[in-house]
Write a protein that binds this ligand. Sequence first.
Ligand SMILES: Nc1ncnc2c1ncn2[C@@H]1O[C@H](COP(=O)(O)OP(=O)(O)OP(=O)(O)O)[C@@H](O)[C@H]1O
Ligand code: SF4
Ligand SMILES: [Mg+2]
Length: 342
Amino acid sequence: MRSAQSLASTVTAPSSEPLLDVSGLTTVFALAGGREAAAVNNVSFTVGRGETLGLVGESGSGKSVTALSLIRLIQPPGRMTGGRILFEGQDLARLDERAMRRVRGRRIGFVFQEPMIALNPVYTIGFQIRETLEVHGLATGAAARRRAIELLEAVRVPDPARRADDYPHQLSGGLRQRAMIALALTAEPSLVIADEPTTALDVTVQAEILDLLRDMRRQFSLSLLLITHDLGVVAEMADRVAVMYGGRIVEQAATTSLFANPGHPYTQGLLACLPERAAGGRLTAIPGTVPPLGQWPAGCAFAPRCAHREPRCEAAVPGLTAVSATHDVRCVLAVAGAGGTP
Ligand SMILES: Nc1ncnc2c1ncn2[C@@H]1O[C@H](COP(=O)(O)OP(=O)(O)OP(=O)(O)O)[C@@H](O)[C@H]1O
Ligand code: SF4
Ligand SMILES: [Mg+2]
């Protein structure tokens, strides 16, 4: 039986290629009246091996649609109309459903805000982990049972041998989240997509789960795509950040660079909402809200809420400007090589 630590050494092969290389990802939904609108529009990013990319933005900015598109779980009539999703040498955008099923859950694990999306209420936690091991041909019988208990122990579920026989509803919110993380790691994926993994939890449990994710990332040599609306979580967890607004990435940078030098007025607004950054102790919310899909402006989607708006902002979608070698900003005021703030 392999321990969590020894599993880690089997997961990754050293390579300079990113583990995940997404380019031009576009996903549309049908609107009333026969129109279609892109909830994710020409999105490109990479996640390196062992790297954590934070994908951040307010509600409705396109984060979850991006995640579901990557694993090809967009339900018709929604559909991906373009993009390349290179992952472990394959373009997921072109895989048939059978091949995709082998990637989902096996090579890419998921953690959601609501554990009951991932956990089946009618089976015990231990059964669900054992079943995953068996489906992927990783262990059967007593070995699968032992491995299930090891995994629950690895995610710090107390008394794992007994808890393996619990049904999801018998666990507290925090333990359910741990069980879901164990299930996500069962097939030894190289990438975990975590969509708001701590949003529904109270602050103490949230800190414990973030700590656990950090520990799992190290033990299993994971890459992590961490989706959150909370820049505080990003600051703690992510190596790099992509900020989304109106279905597009509006800023992308190393976490330290983004916090030191936020280049997009939207990012600056999000940072001003952080308690520790509030000017004079007062939180400044970004005025207005994210418009519903189909009502996003034609030029810069942020224009109606932007204090720096100019006529040219609404004329066309601004391109990405490289303010430094590792920092891109989608704003007409961004100056190439300037390092950040317009
Ligand atoms: N199945 C769908 N059909 C139509 N529109 C959809 C569908 N799923 C998402 N949308 C729309 O796409 C846009 C992006 O949604 P998405 O769920 O990706 O936002 P999000 O950034 O994950 O927000 P949250 O923080 O609330 O989870 C929203 O306007 C949403 O209403
Ligand atoms: S392009 Fe214009 S409207 Fe958009 S963020 Fe920049 S200044 Fe504001
Ligand atoms: Mg979401």
